[in-house]
Ligand binder design. Structure first.
Ligand SMILES: [Zn+2]
Length: 99
């Protein structure tokens, strides 16, 4: 299930990408490694709540790839999304993208 920008920002605000989250936990005596686990759990919980999904905890790192903005427009030929918003070549079918 893909995330729009608002949903992604909600989840990102829970991650260790937001340094304040790690600092807040460390100030309670929680180790950096333990803090990361706690924050990844929050991200997965938020993702599953938003998408009504059941992503397992171990796959927390995949969430970043579920952003719609992470990808480009759909390929003219095969219809799969291009890898990045600026991609000019489809890695799936090899055709050149033109809009
Ligand atoms: Zn293609």
């Amino acid at each position: 299930m893909m995330l729009n920008e608002d949903e992604w920002q909600q989840i990102r605000s829970l991650s260790e990408g937001t340094l304040a989250n790690t600092i807040a936990l460390q100030s309670k005596g929680i180790s950096k490694q333990q803090a990361a686990i706690i924050l990844h759990k929050k991200m997965v919980d938020a993702y599953n709540t938003l998408t009504n999904g059941n992503l397992p905890f171990e796959d927390w790192h995949l969430i970043q790839y579920f952003q719609l903005n992470h990808y480009g427009p759909d390929c003219n030929k095969c219809g799969l999304p291009l890898r990045t918003p600026n991609a000019k070549l489809c890695v799936s079918c090899g055709s050149t993208y033109s809009n």
